[in-house]
Design a binder for this molecule. Structure first.
Ligand SMILES: NC(=O)c1ccc[n+]([C@@H]2O[C@H](COP(=O)([O-])OP(=O)(O)OC[C@H]3O[C@@H](n4cnc5c(N)ncnc54)[C@H](O)[C@@H]3O)[C@@H](O)[C@H]2O)c1
Length: 436
């Protein structure tokens, strides 16, 4: 099948490369000319394990190509996926301008019937709005092309995006009564459903809600365990034991019960807030979602305030990890973006190391921040070391070496990855979250 994927970011680029890997002919479209030029040369524009290999393979087989010209791709494709960003906009609502621009451009230049598939995370009702806008453009042009709008939300995890896309837990498709669009979606995803992965059809509104509900539920699980860290700290409990004890219950499960400084990234914070905005719009009480957001903000603040309070004047602080989570260079809503400016504003010197995100971080963090070549370089001479992202290289750190490299002994473990006793045996003062 011939498809266009508009927006070659974390979702669109992975989707485009994976659809090509599955044998479809894919044109990746982006307004960012520099990005497109880099992709055409076979270089990935993001760090995502396994992605660059797929891009190179797709370009070589000619199943994958890239362009900035959406209008010119339309005559050659049957399906247009929109995977443009939907960042937090006014009043925490999702900013849908890019989605509407793509939808209207498709309607403006379509020369035959197409299927428009929305892969971006969009609030319930957006599919209908796209359809209305496209109908208007088509009728103004005086053409009768049919362009049904399908919702096909994306659930990939950054750092695991290629395998999540090729082997997803489920494919959710929202279509409002269009058998042709359903057949096309079945054909498109057959290489994945053939190996037993479920494809679930529902109304477009339900599909749009599934995405927000899933992210809000996962974020709630994180905030729930984080909420209990304060109780553990106040009473002598240990959140790791509490989470283990809870997670062994099959009805609860162990995943997303790892206490720490809370969630960040390009999805959970904005999607939780966008769901709150939808609740407000419909005058509904989604108070669990509000609490999830509030707890997450407080969790981060609580930890950072403790660090700032503990530091001597003009301290040197080592930071391990800048991206919002391991195995990605994505800096969106990363805790480092909050903590590092606070430290520098307070007159401290900060040395940081991240295996993949330093290039992106340089554009976002204050000029005074020193980037180092290795984790131990970041720890050298530090009064305190703060772990913000649980990259494997930090998990495997020799804590004795760390102690030797540092001037002070405070280890602030924002992700609860170290055994407190092991850190103490190495001569460090261990500060985790919800552990005594
Ligand atoms: N990143 C994730 O882990 C993830 C997971 C699931 C769903 N999502 C959702 O997928 C969507 C995309 O997220 P992302 O992280 O890939 O965003 P991104 O910012 O990485 O990528 C968006 C891309 O769209 C391009 N773009 C913007 N306007 C355009 C236009 N008019 N025409 C063509 N290209 C345009 C940008 O240049 C950029 O390359 C969002 O709605 C997000 O919530 C993201």
């Amino acid at each position: 099948m011939k498809i266009a994927v508009v927006g070659t970011g974390y979702v669109g680029l992975v989707s485009a490369a994976c659809f090509a890997e599955l044998g479809h002919t894919v044109i990746g479209v982006d307004i960012d000319a520099a990005k497109v030029a880099k992709l055409k040369s076979g270089k990935s524009t993001i760090y995502e394990p396994g992605l660059e290999e797929l891009i190179v393979k797709g370009l070589k087989s000619k199943l994958l190509s890239f362009t900035t010209d959406l209008a010119a791709t339309l005559p050659h494709v049957q399906v247009v996926f929109s995977a443009v960003a939907t960042p937090q906009g006014e009043d925490h609502k999702a900013d849908l301008r890019a989605v509407f621009t793509v939808a209207e451009t498709v309607a403006k230049f379509a020369d035959h019937d197409l299927i428009f598939v929305n892969k971006s995370t969009v609030p319930v009702g957006t599919g209908e709005k796209c359809e209305e806008r496209m109908s208007k453009v088509l009728s103004d042009r005086g053409v009768k092309h049919r362009i049904p709008v399908v919702s096909n939300p994306e659930f990939l995890r950054e750092g695991m995006a290629v395998s999540d896309t090729l082997m997803p837990d489920r494919i959710i498709v929202g279509i409002n009564g269009n058998d042709h669009a359903r057949k096309i979606m079945e054909d498109l995803y057959r290489p994945i459903t053939r190996v037993g992965k479920p494809m679930v059809f529902m109304t477009r509104e339900s599909a749009e809600i599934v995405k927000y509900a899933s992210n809000a539920f996962l974020a709630t699980k994180i905030s729930f365990i984080n909420m209990l860290t304060e109780l553990c700290e106040a009473t002598g409990g240990n959140i790791r034991d509490v989470a283990k004890g809870m997670g062994l219950d099959n009805r609860i499960g162990p995943r997303f019960l790892h206490a720490g400084i809370g969630y960040g990234g390009s999805c959970f914070p904005k999607d939780v807030k966008a769901l709150m905005a939808t609740a407000k719009e419909y005058h509904l009480d989604l108070s669990i979602v509000e609490a999830t957001d509030r707890i997450n903000t407080r969790q981060r603040q609580r930890f950072f305030e403790k660090i700032l309070k503990s530091l001597p004047k003009k301290a040197t602080v080592g930071i391990w990890g800048l991206s919002f989570k391991p195995k990605t260079d994505d800096m969106r809503e990363a805790p480092s973006l909050d903590l590092i400016p606070m430290l520098i504003d307070a007159g401290h010197t900060v040395h940081a190391f991240d295996p993949e995100a330093m290039e992106n971080a340089k554009k976002l963090l204050p000029a005074g921040l020193v980037f180092t070549q290795s984790p131990m370089d970041a720890a050298k001479g530090a009064d305190a070391l703060v772990l913000l992202t649980e990259w494997d290289i930090f998990r495997g750190a020799d804590l004795g070496e760390l102690k030797k490299a540092m001037k002070g002994k405070d280890l602030w473990d924002g992700r609860n990855i170290y055994e407190p006793q092991e850190a103490r045996d190495a001569g460090l003062a261990y500060h985790g979250i919800g552990v005594n």
